[in-house]
Design a protein around this ligand. Structure first.
Ligand code: PEP
Length: 232
Protein backbone atom coordinates (compact mmCIF):
# COMPACT_ATOMS: atom_id res chain seq x y z
CA UNK A 1 0.00 0.00 0.00
CA UNK A 2 0.98 3.65 -0.21
CA UNK A 3 2.00 5.41 2.99
CA UNK A 4 2.54 9.10 2.24
CA UNK A 5 3.57 11.91 4.59
CA UNK A 6 2.96 15.61 4.01
CA UNK A 7 5.24 17.89 6.04
CA UNK A 8 3.41 21.06 4.90
CA UNK A 9 5.52 24.07 5.98
CA UNK A 10 7.28 22.22 8.78
CA UNK A 11 10.95 21.19 8.90
CA UNK A 12 14.07 22.81 7.57
CA UNK A 13 16.45 21.34 5.02
CA UNK A 14 18.65 20.05 7.85
CA UNK A 15 15.68 18.60 9.72
CA UNK A 16 14.43 16.90 6.57
CA UNK A 17 17.83 15.33 5.87
CA UNK A 18 18.01 13.95 9.44
CA UNK A 19 14.44 12.71 9.23
CA UNK A 20 15.04 10.90 5.93
CA UNK A 21 18.18 9.27 7.23
CA UNK A 22 16.22 7.89 10.19
CA UNK A 23 13.12 6.93 8.24
CA UNK A 24 15.13 5.23 5.50
CA UNK A 25 16.87 3.07 8.05
CA UNK A 26 13.57 2.18 9.74
CA UNK A 27 11.72 1.18 6.57
CA UNK A 28 14.49 -0.14 4.34
CA UNK A 29 12.94 -3.65 4.28
CA UNK A 30 9.35 -2.50 3.97
CA UNK A 31 7.22 -3.72 1.09
CA UNK A 32 5.09 -0.56 1.17
CA UNK A 33 5.43 2.41 -1.13
CA UNK A 34 6.64 5.19 1.18
CA UNK A 35 6.54 8.80 0.02
CA UNK A 36 7.22 12.03 1.89
CA UNK A 37 6.53 15.58 0.74
CA UNK A 38 8.90 18.01 2.49
CA UNK A 39 8.87 21.77 1.88
CA UNK A 40 10.41 22.68 -1.49
CA UNK A 41 13.45 24.28 0.14
CA UNK A 42 14.39 20.89 1.61
CA UNK A 43 14.48 19.06 -1.72
CA UNK A 44 17.71 17.29 -2.56
CA UNK A 45 18.90 14.08 -4.19
CA UNK A 46 18.15 11.82 -1.24
CA UNK A 47 19.09 8.14 -1.46
CA UNK A 48 17.06 5.36 0.08
CA UNK A 49 13.78 3.51 0.01
CA UNK A 50 11.65 6.58 0.74
CA UNK A 51 10.47 8.43 -2.34
CA UNK A 52 10.57 12.22 -1.98
CA UNK A 53 7.92 14.27 -3.75
CA UNK A 54 7.01 17.94 -4.01
CA UNK A 55 3.93 19.51 -2.38
CA UNK A 56 3.03 21.74 -5.32
CA UNK A 57 4.37 22.92 -8.65
CA UNK A 58 3.52 25.61 -11.15
CA UNK A 59 2.43 24.24 -14.55
CA UNK A 60 5.36 25.51 -16.63
CA UNK A 61 8.91 24.47 -17.43
CA UNK A 62 10.24 27.84 -16.25
CA UNK A 63 9.33 31.49 -16.75
CA UNK A 64 8.24 34.73 -15.12
CA UNK A 65 6.24 33.27 -12.20
CA UNK A 66 7.70 35.00 -9.16
CA UNK A 67 7.64 32.86 -6.06
CA UNK A 68 6.56 29.72 -7.89
CA UNK A 69 8.53 26.53 -8.50
CA UNK A 70 8.44 25.06 -11.98
CA UNK A 71 9.50 21.85 -13.69
CA UNK A 72 13.14 22.83 -14.23
CA UNK A 73 13.73 23.39 -10.51
CA UNK A 74 11.84 20.22 -9.57
CA UNK A 75 13.77 18.09 -12.04
CA UNK A 76 17.09 19.32 -10.66
CA UNK A 77 16.48 16.96 -7.74
CA UNK A 78 15.12 14.07 -9.82
CA UNK A 79 11.70 14.52 -8.26
CA UNK A 80 9.00 12.65 -10.17
CA UNK A 81 6.12 12.74 -7.67
CA UNK A 82 3.83 15.68 -7.00
CA UNK A 83 1.01 16.37 -4.55
CA UNK A 84 -1.80 18.33 -6.19
CA UNK A 85 -4.92 20.08 -4.96
CA UNK A 86 -4.25 19.78 -1.22
CA UNK A 87 -7.15 21.42 0.63
CA UNK A 88 -4.82 23.96 2.23
CA UNK A 89 -3.85 25.15 -1.25
CA UNK A 90 -7.47 25.21 -2.35
CA UNK A 91 -8.74 26.94 0.82
CA UNK A 92 -5.86 29.25 1.81
CA UNK A 93 -4.26 29.96 -1.56
CA UNK A 94 -7.52 29.91 -3.50
CA UNK A 95 -6.59 27.18 -5.98
CA UNK A 96 -9.56 26.43 -8.20
CA UNK A 97 -10.46 23.08 -9.75
CA UNK A 98 -9.39 24.60 -13.07
CA UNK A 99 -5.89 25.43 -11.81
CA UNK A 100 -5.55 22.01 -10.18
CA UNK A 101 -6.54 20.43 -13.49
CA UNK A 102 -4.03 22.60 -15.35
CA UNK A 103 -1.30 21.44 -12.97
CA UNK A 104 -2.43 17.84 -13.25
CA UNK A 105 -2.38 17.95 -17.07
CA UNK A 106 1.05 19.57 -17.13
CA UNK A 107 2.70 17.15 -14.71
CA UNK A 108 0.93 14.21 -16.35
CA UNK A 109 2.40 15.29 -19.68
CA UNK A 110 5.78 15.14 -17.96
CA UNK A 111 5.09 11.66 -16.65
CA UNK A 112 4.93 12.54 -12.94
CA UNK A 113 3.34 10.37 -10.27
CA UNK A 114 0.43 12.59 -9.28
CA UNK A 115 -1.24 12.39 -5.89
CA UNK A 116 -4.43 14.37 -6.27
CA UNK A 117 -6.31 15.45 -3.12
CA UNK A 118 -10.05 15.93 -2.98
CA UNK A 119 -12.36 16.41 -0.01
CA UNK A 120 -15.42 18.20 1.31
CA UNK A 121 -16.05 20.70 4.11
CA UNK A 122 -18.03 19.82 7.23
CA UNK A 123 -20.89 22.02 6.05
CA UNK A 124 -21.16 19.96 2.90
CA UNK A 125 -20.89 16.65 4.78
CA UNK A 126 -23.79 17.76 6.97
CA UNK A 127 -25.94 18.26 3.89
CA UNK A 128 -25.84 14.52 3.25
CA UNK A 129 -23.91 11.98 1.24
CA UNK A 130 -25.45 12.79 -2.14
CA UNK A 131 -24.06 16.32 -1.86
CA UNK A 132 -20.65 14.99 -0.81
CA UNK A 133 -20.65 12.62 -3.74
CA UNK A 134 -21.43 15.22 -6.36
CA UNK A 135 -18.92 17.64 -4.84
CA UNK A 136 -16.11 15.07 -4.96
CA UNK A 137 -17.00 14.10 -8.51
CA UNK A 138 -16.91 17.79 -9.47
CA UNK A 139 -13.36 18.00 -8.09
CA UNK A 140 -12.43 15.16 -10.44
CA UNK A 141 -14.05 16.74 -13.47
CA UNK A 142 -11.70 16.92 -16.44
CA UNK A 143 -9.05 14.83 -14.68
CA UNK A 144 -7.82 11.85 -16.70
CA UNK A 145 -8.95 9.18 -14.25
CA UNK A 146 -7.22 6.44 -16.18
CA UNK A 147 -3.80 8.11 -16.05
CA UNK A 148 -1.43 5.31 -15.16
CA UNK A 149 0.40 7.33 -12.49
CA UNK A 150 -2.65 8.83 -10.79
CA UNK A 151 -3.35 8.28 -7.10
CA UNK A 152 -6.35 9.99 -5.49
CA UNK A 153 -6.34 11.01 -1.82
CA UNK A 154 -9.72 11.54 -0.20
CA UNK A 155 -9.19 14.05 2.60
CA UNK A 156 -12.30 15.48 4.24
CA UNK A 157 -11.28 19.02 5.21
CA UNK A 158 -12.98 18.69 8.59
CA UNK A 159 -10.71 15.77 9.49
CA UNK A 160 -7.41 17.44 8.58
CA UNK A 161 -5.37 18.42 11.60
CA UNK A 162 -8.44 18.22 13.83
CA UNK A 163 -8.04 14.80 15.44
CA UNK A 164 -11.55 14.04 14.19
CA UNK A 165 -11.95 11.22 11.69
CA UNK A 166 -15.04 10.06 9.84
CA UNK A 167 -16.39 6.68 10.91
CA UNK A 168 -14.88 3.74 9.10
CA UNK A 169 -18.22 3.24 7.32
CA UNK A 170 -18.15 6.84 6.11
CA UNK A 171 -14.59 6.44 4.85
CA UNK A 172 -15.37 3.18 3.09
CA UNK A 173 -18.57 4.54 1.55
CA UNK A 174 -16.70 7.54 0.17
CA UNK A 175 -13.62 5.68 -1.08
CA UNK A 176 -15.94 3.24 -2.80
CA UNK A 177 -17.67 6.01 -4.74
CA UNK A 178 -14.28 7.29 -5.89
CA UNK A 179 -13.17 3.76 -6.81
CA UNK A 180 -16.23 3.43 -8.99
CA UNK A 181 -15.05 6.27 -11.23
CA UNK A 182 -11.32 5.48 -11.17
CA UNK A 183 -9.51 2.19 -10.96
CA UNK A 184 -6.42 3.94 -9.61
CA UNK A 185 -5.40 3.68 -5.93
CA UNK A 186 -7.45 5.76 -3.50
CA UNK A 187 -5.92 6.87 -0.21
CA UNK A 188 -7.58 8.25 2.90
CA UNK A 189 -6.16 11.29 4.70
CA UNK A 190 -7.31 13.26 7.74
CA UNK A 191 -6.01 12.70 11.28
CA UNK A 192 -4.51 9.30 10.51
CA UNK A 193 -2.44 8.32 13.56
CA UNK A 194 -0.63 5.30 14.84
CA UNK A 195 -3.74 4.30 16.79
CA UNK A 196 -6.16 4.28 13.84
CA UNK A 197 -4.04 3.43 10.80
CA UNK A 198 -4.69 -0.28 11.12
CA UNK A 199 -8.47 -0.04 10.96
CA UNK A 200 -8.29 2.45 8.09
CA UNK A 201 -5.91 0.30 6.03
CA UNK A 202 -8.21 -2.67 6.62
CA UNK A 203 -11.06 -0.99 4.71
CA UNK A 204 -11.79 -2.72 1.39
CA UNK A 205 -11.45 0.31 -0.86
CA UNK A 206 -8.43 1.82 0.88
CA UNK A 207 -5.08 1.64 -0.94
CA UNK A 208 -3.16 3.61 1.63
CA UNK A 209 -3.02 6.80 3.65
CA UNK A 210 -1.85 10.40 3.40
CA UNK A 211 -0.60 11.56 6.78
CA UNK A 212 0.07 15.13 7.91
CA UNK A 213 0.84 15.77 11.58
CA UNK A 214 1.72 12.19 12.50
CA UNK A 215 4.27 11.98 9.68
CA UNK A 216 6.49 14.66 11.23
CA UNK A 217 8.12 12.28 13.66
CA UNK A 218 10.22 9.67 11.86
CA UNK A 219 9.75 7.01 14.57
CA UNK A 220 5.98 7.37 14.49
CA UNK A 221 5.83 7.40 10.71
CA UNK A 222 8.20 4.43 10.55
CA UNK A 223 5.88 2.56 12.92
CA UNK A 224 2.94 3.39 10.67
CA UNK A 225 4.79 1.84 7.73
CA UNK A 226 5.58 -1.22 9.83
CA UNK A 227 1.91 -1.53 10.77
CA UNK A 228 1.10 -1.66 7.07
CA UNK A 229 3.80 -4.33 6.64
CA UNK A 230 2.24 -6.45 9.36
CA UNK A 231 -1.16 -6.23 7.67
CA UNK A 232 0.06 -7.21 4.22
C1 PEP B 1 -2.88 16.37 5.40
O1 PEP B 1 -2.45 17.48 5.55
O2 PEP B 1 -2.91 15.88 4.25
C2 PEP B 1 -3.39 15.63 6.56
C3 PEP B 1 -4.06 14.53 6.35
O3 PEP B 1 -3.10 16.14 7.81
P1 PEP B 1 -3.37 15.45 9.25
O4 PEP B 1 -2.91 14.02 9.15
O5 PEP B 1 -2.53 16.25 10.20
O6 PEP B 1 -4.82 15.55 9.52
Amino acid sequence: VIIAGNFKSFKSRKGTAEYLKELNSLVSDSSQEVIVFPPATALDNYDGKVNVGIQNGYPAENGAFTGEITLDQIREFDIDTILLGHSERREILGESNELVKEKFDFYKDHNFNTLLCIGETLELRERGFDEVKSFLLSQLEGIDLSYEKLVIAYEPIWAIGTGVTPTNDQIEETLKVISEVSKKPVLYGGSVKLNNIEEILALDSCSGVLVGGASLDSDTFGEMVKTADRLS
